[in-house]
Design a protein around this ligand. Sequence first.
Ligand code: FMN
Length: 263
Amino acid sequence: MILYFSGTGNSLAIARSIAQGIGDEIKPLVEAVRQDLTNEKRIGLVYPSYDFNTPPAVRNIVPRLKISNEAYVFIVIPCGAQAGNSIWTVRRLLREKGVEVSYAHKIRVPDNSALVFGRNPNDQKWKFEKFAGRLERIIADVKAEKKAFHYSTWSFLGWIMGQPKMEAKLLGAFRPAVREDKCIGCGTCAKICPMRNIAVNEREEAVAGQSETVAHVGPHCTACLACVHACPKQALEVGGKPTIKERQYRHPQVKLAELLLRK
Ligand SMILES: Cc1cc2nc3c(=O)[nH]c(=O)nc-3n(C[C@H](O)[C@H](O)[C@H](O)COP(=O)(O)O)c2cc1C
């Protein structure tokens, strides 16, 4: 079983390719937390790196996973450039449960946070050129149940960035705000949010020419940017900067419907 956490599809696409290669299934990590996975002989975890570390949502779920300490466990990190401590944090959390990670690998993919800095993640699709070779190697390694850690040294910078106050500040900067004048209340953001942190409610005051409902972002954001990239009206913004349609990103082989966690 391969468990993935994905805001914009990179992790989903990679989890799916590996699953096809090794003959396994995939499941969103947020759903796996409710299941007994102790009969699974192989567990893969595919999730992005956030600020040189593990997304808070992943860090909160991993200790609650019901997996066997005899399973072969591997991690793959699709990241813009640096996986930082995203592997090591989860390895430590699993070790505290008596589960050992045997294999880890990072893969460079378009950086979905580029949009926040005014760059276009879609300009980084050249990274996919090296992608296929990396995936082949990972699939062969996982099939052979290899023990190895590739491209993932422990990072002091990652440790600093992962300190609670620092992390809250850094990831807080990615928290989206709703432009109520642009929002059409379609609920795509609410359906894609892995934290169930977005609700669509009636507008407090009716505005002529605008939808009756509008999205509201709650306090439990994990900074995945799924809502910002998926909004059909670019109504979710980060850092007070307008979201530009051409910079919204989703892995080319992943459909929006596949990322929606709620129908
Ligand atoms: C808040 C945030 C922080 C990020 N920090 C890093 C980072 O430190 N290093 C890196 O290489 N990529 C970083 N990224 C890029 C993501 O790891 C990368 O785009 C990943 O493939 C996204 O996966 P997804 O499409 O499955 O959501 C960051 C992305 C976000 C949203």
